[in-house]
Structures are given as C-alpha cells and as structure tokens.
Design a protein around this ligand. Sequence first.
Ligand SMILES: *[C@@H]1O[C@H](CO)[C@@H](O)[C@H](O)[C@H]1NC(C)=O
Ligand SMILES: *[C@@H]1O[C@H](CO)[C@@H](O)[C@H](O)[C@H]1NC(C)=O
Ligand SMILES: *[C@@H]1O[C@H](CO)[C@@H](O)[C@H](O)[C@H]1NC(C)=O
Length: 345
Amino acid sequence: MGLRQCCRARLWLLGSGGLVSLLLLAALYGSGPGLQPLVFFSPWRIQNPLYKLDLSWPKFPELFTGQTFCVAVDHIHGLIYVGQRGDHVPKVLVFSEEGYFLQAWNTTTLEMPHGIFALNTANESSVWITDVGTGNYGHTIKQYSPSCKLLQVIGTPGIAGSGTNPIQLDQPAEIFVDDTGDIYIVDGDGGMNNRLFKLTQDLKTLWLRGENGSGTAQFRIPHSVTVDSLGRVWVADRGNQRIQVFDKTTGEWLGSWSNCFVEDGPYSVRLTADEKYMITAQLNINRVLILAAPPIGSIGDCVVVDTIQLAAKVRPHLLDISLKSGAVYVAEIGAQQVQKYVPVE
Ligand SMILES: *[C@@H]1O[C@H](CO)[C@@H](O)[C@H](O)[C@H]1NC(C)=O
Ligand SMILES: *[C@@H]1O[C@H](CO)[C@@H](O)[C@H](O)[C@H]1NC(C)=O
Ligand SMILES: *[C@@H]1O[C@H](CO)[C@@H](O)[C@H](O)[C@H]1NC(C)=O
C-alpha cells in the first residue's frame, strides 16, 4: 500500500510556490504587448530543499513484505539492511545503494526487529539487531555476520529484565557500536527499563544512566542512539519529546533539545558524515527533521534547518545515513517501505 506517496506534500508545496510566482508574473507583465524576456525571480520561493526523494530506489519496492521498522547502511560495501516484522516474512532484506535486491535472511532467530546497526571498520563488518519479541528469542540484541550467521546474543533470550551482570533487556530499542568495539544501548521501547548504557566488547558495563522520569538525564522511551566524533552520545528520548546528549567517556549529561519537538518526540538520531546536521524522524506527524548539529561544546537550542513532510500515515520510524553518498534511508512503518532521500547538489 501507499508506495511512493511520501512526497506529494512537498511536490505540492513546490508546485504552489511556482504557481504564486506565475500569477505574480502575470500580474506584473500580463497586460502589455511588449513583454520582455522574463527574468524569473520570486522572493516568495521557498528555500531549496536539502534532500530529494530518489524514486528509483529500490528497483522493486514490492519486495517489502512486512512492517519496515529499521534500516542500516554499510557505507563501505554499499549495502542497505532493512529490518521488517510480520508472519512468514524474511526479517532482514539486503539491497545495494543502487537499489538492487541482494538477499533475504532466512534466520528464525529474530522475532520482532526494532533497531538495526551496521558496524563497519577496517577489521570488522557485522549487523546488530534489537529484538523486542516476547518469545524464546526476544528481549535481546543479536550480532550477525553480513551473511546472516548469528555471532553473539546480548541479553537473556526470552526473559525480560533489568540486570547488568549478566545483561538483561526489556524491549531494547537501538544499539550503536563504535570503532573500538564499545557498545551503547538504549533500553527500551516502552518496557520496564529506561536506560542508556555503555558496555565494553566483552559486555562489562562502563557506565549506566537508568532512571525513568522527565528530569535531567532521565528517560521515557529512549528510542535511538548514536555517537559523534567529538565523543558525544545522542539519545532520542522519545516519550519526553527531547534529544539528550551525554559524554561518551563519563556518561555525564551535556545538554538537551526540546524546543523542536513540541508536536511529536524524536524517533531517531543520526548525523550526516560532516556532522553538520542531525536528522530525526517524527512518526506521528509524518515528518523528517533536519537540525543544525552544533560544533564542540554546549549544544545550545535546537535549530530546524529543513523538513521533509511525508504524506499522512507514512509513519517514519528509524533512519540511517550513508556516510559515503550522504543518502538518507527512512524506514516507514505505515507505508511499509524504506525510501531513499539524496542530498540536492
Ligand atoms: C533461504 O531458504 C531458501 C529455501 O530454503 C533458499 O532457497 C535460499 O537460498 C535461502 N536464502 C539464504 C540467504 O540462505
Ligand atoms: C579493530 O582493531 C583495533 C586495532 O587492533 C582494535 O583496537 C579495535 O578494538 C578493533 N575493533 C573491533 C570492533 O574489534
Ligand atoms: C515511568 O514513570 C511514569 C510516570 O511516573 C509511569 O507512568 C511509568 O509507568 C513508569 N515506567 C516504568 C517502566 O516504570
């Protein structure tokens, strides 16, 4: 259903801007016979958008057969991993950045994928998926090889909990793994936990921020996590309608943005390769927000640079950005598809 409907709103906006300009020109020049060659200029034209929909991605959108909850980009190998839910559907689909379908995972070890992360460093390439299922394999995060071999399970399969030794999870929302192998987890998506924690590669807890609430460094549905090159950990604190930022070494709270999220909380946090922009999805209002990411130091107030308004019921959930091409891939639960938005030159 609903394929390709996302950009109607934006096309309509551009279209109406052009119409206003034409009417203006008609009003200014329309009556006289000696019409000069037109210099097309309209001070009312909306600012050029930063991204445009790539209608050619993927080549065969009918391959999306479930609810597409998440997407991860392996920019080194040019691969796009899509996590979807549903009965009797492959839980992971793999596409190329060009939009060709490459593989469907046959694994039975995934129940309900929520978040997905592609780790790509000089010495490692793996795919990490949070599983919010309540069956025998749920309440866990799984690490797979690029060809779907299960490498590691974090959490106690089938058992929800709050422990840290061993790690227990309840509806883990998302994971980020950095180049050194350190792991950041937000747990979770509405279960008993409201935690952000950092683990070593062998799952020792380095620090934990774990209070339920709306105060400083407390969370209500911490939904997405990413870490920037300046050592800041960004968390989409969805239920509190804000993004909170922490120091990656100490876990110390650095700041919070809430002024951009009055209508709906942020669902995702991802930075562009140059770290100029933070891109986040707002599921309930069908919008992708492009925010100015501040340089080192105080994060200040949130500033909207651009928006991509999607059609009603598209419901953008989580997204990822190719650090090579700059393309933004958005997992849209309502439209049951992932769409690609490319930077406008
Ligand atoms: C999944 O299973 C089908 C049928 O058993 C098989 O043809 C296909 O190659 C498998 N795919 C992968 C990626 O293992
Ligand atoms: C990759 O190798 C480097 C250097 O040996 C090491 O410090 C790092 O932890 C490794 N990364 C991962 C993800 O294992
Ligand atoms: C968190 O706190 C809120 C407000 O007090 C409460 O409604 C909610 O049930 C709490 N969540 C958990 C997981 O304890």
